[in-house]
Design a protein around this ligand. Structure first.
Ligand SMILES: *Cc1c(COP(=O)(O)O)cnc(C)c1O
Length: 394
């Protein structure tokens, strides 16, 4: 039985863990593909869904259940489904909730593969989609058709940290008979809980903040009601994109420090963003904790902190950005985010290189834009690292 817990950090540490007969404090890795039944009757009852218990690891495994119960508690949902990657969580949501002929409204700057999968592949099966700035509800309202079944929102969005008002867009989606699905990877459940604001499904790439140690790829979906959980789980099971028990164990270990890691990382990020804003080489800085962010107030209302993602543009454009990225020594030049180590990358040539140039520029991703995922190192060291890269002679 899961303990009764109220505080978020207590849930991080305890939610989902079972007391095994051995007394193990953490849930062990159940490294098994299958589970033996006591009798044919018991096997039949489990297959019929009339008796609790495990059958086969693609369908369920106690190490996965422990993680799923933990994230369900954090997101205040009805249940969760862990998946092999963040992208398999996205695929499971699309597959479970859409039929041929349906239509999706989506944030234009969603994670690239989430858009490619829908535009290039679900379109082959007759699913239509419209991409727009979901932070502008007038645009969203105008895009509904009779066939719209899902509003798919990523907030804050990557890399421009655009914020969509979740409570307002949930009402709008529901008034048109559509479900709201939120990719909340950039916030993590520590900073934002979309289900409490009216979303139907929230999903994460646990690769990022939830695991937090840059050593696992994984995903998870959490739904607002049991019927949605059942539909998502059935789809995960038939498509075979289950998380592996060893992966689940590592994620459940990493998640325990989510609030500690994020508190430190966002303190660092706040100092670094202010410092960047004061630098003559920097044209502008986008960070949710700066008053200069156009949605500073909405972010402060919807989220409990600004997070740890900064993007900024150097006055020297592409060349200055490349020199900075080649010049840093502490930050690693790598994609991904949300780990204990600071990462720096160049969206125009890396994460967003697949987006057509005109569209990339229209969403604000200029050639000189730098994305910086702040880790938990000493802020002074990170600032010194940026300073020596900005003034190579200094
Ligand atoms: C990384 C990421 C994904 C995809 O997750 P993977 O674990 O790499 O499959 C989806 N959405 C967002 C916002 C991401 O950052």
């Amino acid at each position: 039985m899961t303990k009764k817990l109220s505080g978020f950090t207590s849930k991080l540490v305890h939610a989902g863990h079972r007391h095994e007969p051995s007394g193990s404090v953490v849930t062990p890795i159940y490294q098994t593909s299958t589970f033996a039944f006591d009798s044919t009757q018991q096997g039949a009852l489990r297959f019929a869904g009339k008796s609790e218990g495990y059958i086969y690891t693609r369908i369920g495994n106690p190490t996965l259940t422990a993680l799923e119960e933990c994230v369900t508690a954090l997101e205040e949902g009805a249940g969760a489904v862990a998946t092999s990657s963040g992208m398999s969580a996205v695929t499971t949501a699309y597959m479970a909730l859409l039929n041929s002929g349906d239509h999706v409204i989506s944030t234009a700057s969603v994670y690239g593969p989430s858009r490619t999968l829908m535009e290039r592949h679900f379109s082959r099966f007759g699913v239509g989609s419209t991409y727009l700035d979901t932070s502008d509800l007038t645009q969203v309202e105008a895009a509904f058709t009779k066939a719209t079944r899902i509003v798919y929102v990523e907030t804050p969005s990557n890399p421009m940290m655009q914020v969509t008002d979740l409570a307002a867009i949930a009402k709008l989606a529901h008034s048109h008979g559509a479900l709201l699905v939120v990719d909340s990877t950039f916030a993590s459940p520590y900073l934002q809980r979309p289900l409490t604001l009216g979303a139907d499904v929230v999903l994460h790439s646990v690769t990022k903040f939830i695991n937090g140690h840059a050593d696992v790829v994984g995903g998870i979906l959490v739904a607002h009601d049991l019927e949605l959980v059942r539909r998502l789980r059935q789809m995960m099971v038939v498509t075979g994109c289950n998380m592996d028990p060893h992966q689940a164990f590592l994620v459940h270990r990493g998640i325990k420090t989510l609030s500690l890691r994020l508190e430190r990382a966002q303190q660092n990020a706040t100092r670094i963003a202010r410092w960047l804003e004061s630098r003559p080489e920097v044209a502008w800085v986008r960070f949710l904790g700066l008053e200069s962010h156009p949605q500073y107030l909405l972010a402060a209302k919807q989220m409990s902190g600004p997070g740890a993602m900064i993007c900024f543009e150097l006055k020297g454009g592409l060349k200055a950005g490349a020199d900075l990225m080649n010049g840093v020594k502490l930050a690693a030049l790598a994609v991904s985010l949300g780990g204990v180590e600071t990462l720096i990358q160049h969206p125009a040539s890396m994460t967003h290189s697949g987006v057509p140039e005109a569209e990339r520029l229209a969403t604000g991703i200029t050639d000189g834009l730098v994305r910086y995922s702040v880790g938990i190192e000493e802020a002074d060291d990170l600032i010194e690292d940026l300073r020596q890269a900005l003034e190579p002679q200094g």
